[in-house]
Design a protein around this ligand. Structure first.
Ligand code: CTP
Length: 404
């Protein structure tokens, strides 16, 4: 799947460096040629000998190594590759990359390369959450650097738990395949069926009036686009929005929550279902068949609860997608409420966001996501909804690639 691709792997100084040896193997199995740079810190965890033995070419370690400069040189290392992968990417390496430093071979090559770069961060959760790392990560994301992980879970330090574990080798491979997939390789969601709900629902009051909300459908439509670009067969079930129908995607237009549920059930089975729609929680119990007229009595609306589409699909015994993903639009205690929603609705992941007035998220162009899973919470930078969609799709591809 990566036949003929050249990958330059920069191995930083973290305990996860041992997984990079396995990563080299997995990449080679798929036909990639891997060259490796081992930083000074990396050499504290694994040796150049081990890396060289697995890569089949000596590991590069020094900037001012006359032998390397003579035969390969840092500029050739930076250019003779299709992708640079930094795994593990330590807090220090991220800081160097964000600041444009070039004081060792790894940072110099990263500054000199004109090829796409993928980072797989790995560090202590406190370091990952530190304002400096958040800032550096946001700069790198804005520079177009792709990222996989870090995951939540147990740390090497005994008793420590949180977000900071390096993504597993197969997750990194999936992210690499997605990045290089543009060429002609197999796309990471090829052969997968994905359902996405998007937009608001409209619940009729009478033939001309309805209950609605501010959802624009931008986030849901972007997810459908990103999944289709990753090779999935996508069914997008959309409430009324002002967006054009995305090309190459089966689109089902619906109006009410009940129509949306019916369309979702019809679209099953699927491997993944993403519920990005802002479904109206209530409908008018008995919409008037004729238009309410002014002048008589002020109409009192009696509401009835709508079906919860996400909970219905997540709770299915048959045809439950392997990954059921919901959103949580919150205006307070965002993460706490999202965790409760995850448990209550029995879904696998919740993408929580703060839609308070002033955030501009509902109906806007950007989104700041907290990914809540059974393993913990991961906060993504504020980024365009298109980027959120790409990041989500790469996480989905990685999760599906992970052996269960
Ligand atoms: N959802 C759904 N069907 C509904 C209501 C919500 O499928 N009838 C889905 C949304 O698409 C979203 C998730 O459930 O993925 C959470 O939506 P949200 O509006 O945040 O939660 P609610 O369940 O409506 O809870 P509350 O409004 O009380 O926060």
């Amino acid at each position: 799947m990566l036949q003929g691709e050249r990958i330059l792997l920069v191995i930083g100084g973290g305990i996860a460096a041992y997984k990079s040896l396995d990563l080299i193997r997995r990449l080679q199995e798929r036909g990639a040629a891997v060259r490796a740079i081992l930083t000074k810190g990396g050499q504290q965890f694994i040796t150049p000998l081990a890396v060289g033995a697995i890569a089949g070419e000596r590991a590069f370690t020094d900037l001012f190594d006359p032998r390397s400069e003579f035969d390969v040189g840092h500029i050739r290392l930076a250019r003779e590759t299709d992708l640079v992968v930094v795994a593990p990417a330590t807090a220090d390496l991220l800081a160097k990359m964000a600041g444009g430093h070039a004081d060792d071979l790894a940072s110099t090559v990263l500054l000199a390369t004109d090829r796409p770069v993928l980072i797989a961060p790995a560090m202590n959760p406190r370091m990952w959450e530190h304002a400096a790392t958040r800032r550096n990560f946001a700069l790198l994301a804005a520079d177009g650097i792709a990222c996989v992980g870090p995951n939540a879970g147990a740390m090497a330090e005994r008793g420590e738990h949180g977000v900071g574990r390096m993504a597993e080798p197969l997750e990194i491979v999936a992210a690499i395949e997605q990045l290089l997939g543009g060429n002609e390789g197999v796309k990471p969601l090829q052969g997968r069926r994905v359902i996405v709900t998007s937009g608001p629902t409209h619940e009729p009051i009478d033939p001309v009036r309805y209950i609605a909300n501010r959802s624009s459908g931008r986030q849901g439509h972007a997810i459908a686009r990103a999944a289709a670009d990753a090779g999935a067969e996508v069914t997008l079930i959309s409430g009324p929005v002002d967006l054009p129908d995305p090309a190459g995607i089966n689109i089902v237009h619906v109006e009410t929550a009940r129509d949306m549920l019916e369309a979702v059930e019809k679209a099953l089975p699927a491997d993944v279902a993403v519920f990005a729609a802002a479904v109206a929680d209530w409908r008018v119990a008995a919409p008037n068949t004729r238009k309410f007229k002014k002048g008589t009595e002020v109409p009192a609306l009696v509401l009835a609860e709508n079906p919860d589409i996400l909970a219905a699909v997540a709770g299915r015994k048959s045809k439950r997608p392997a990954l059921v993903i919901g959103f949580a639009a919150e205006t307070e205690r965002v993460i706490e409420n999202a965790k409760m929603k995850l448990a209550r609705k029995h879904c696998d992941w919740i993408l929580a966001n703060d839609v308070s007035e002033g955030t501009g998220i509902m109906g806007g162009e950007s989104n700041r996501i907290h990914l809540v899973t059974a393993d913990g919470v991961e906060t993504w930078p504020l980024q365009p909804k298109r980027e959120v969609a790409r990041m989500l799709v790469s996480r989905i591809a990685a999760a599906l690639a992970r052996p269960s």
